[in-house]
Design a binder for this molecule. Structure first.
Ligand code: GTB
Length: 218
């Protein structure tokens, strides 16, 4: 495999908190020990033809490796996990379940979290937002409660750490600041277990370095 290149925000809107979706791809690379390059793109560049040729929706992250171009963090992590040991179990059924958790993170847990985030961003100053907020939070609360029950006292969602956990931890991190995670101490501990992994720490430091560099150079 030639060294892959991914794209990430040149100017991190989260100020280095590791919430943008290149963080999950960086973490996957670190878990499997695959070196990678990063090309930083501005918001303007993301909407220009060169980047749109890689990503039809003009977003990050993208993945380039030889002739292969991928977009969508889920597809990229699945690709990395398919080609390297360490993110998906060998047993066929366990592997299918781990992939199922990746989809659950992206399709079932992430949407209400993103909906709240976007509503705050787009409608936060509108008179109706205050009335909408409890409903938006309840939709997240339902999923967190169900997830918390399923996780119970286990370390990871289905046996050993997998790409399903990687994706779920990153999705849960996006709910930080809502006050909802704190209702489930086992989910808070689950996120902390993910963040304590050496691969996570290396990925976090790498994306933080982008923010730190842009700060120091103005
Ligand atoms: N479904 C796609 C995937 O999983 O790859 C979604 C990709 C996506 O939303 N990318 C975002 C993007 O490029 C960056 S991650 N946005 C620019 C655009 O659409 O024009 C989302 C994100 C952005 C900012 C923060 N933050 O500041 O905290 C967190 C997450």
């Amino acid at each position: 495999m030639s060294k892959p290149t991914i794209t990430a925000f040149a100017a991190s809107p989260d100020r280095g908190q590791g919430l943008a979706r290149d963080m999950r791809v960086r973490w996957a690379f670190e878990e499997v020990g695959q070196p990678y390059d990063v090309r930083l793109v501005s918001f303007k560049e993301m909407k220009e033809p060169a980047h749109l040729g890689l990503h039809p929706f003009g977003q990050i992250p993208t993945y380039e490796e030889g002739n292969l171009v991928l977009f969508e963090s889920g597809a990229i992590i699945f690709h990395i996990a398919e080609r390297h040991a360490g993110l998906l179990p060998n047993d066929a059924n366990a592997r299918a379940r781990a992939i199922g958790w990746m989809f659950a993170a992206l399709n079932t847990v992430e949407p209400p979290v993103v909906e709240l985030e976007q509503a705050e961003f787009i409608e936060g100053d509108k008179p109706w937002f205050k009335e909408r907020l409890p409903g938006l939070k309840d939709r997240i609360r339902v999923r967190l409660t169900q997830l918390s029950k399923r996780l119970g006292r286990a370390d990871w969602l289905d046996g050993a750490f997998s790409a399903g956990d990687l994706m779920m931890v990153m999705v849960l991190r996006r709910a930080e600041g809502t006050g909802l995670l704190e209702e489930h101490p086992n989910l808070v501990a689950y996120i902390a277990r993910g963040e304590a992994r050496p691969a996570y720490k290396r990925a976090f430091a790498a994306q933080l370095a982008v923010f730190t560099a842009t700060q120091s150079t103005g």
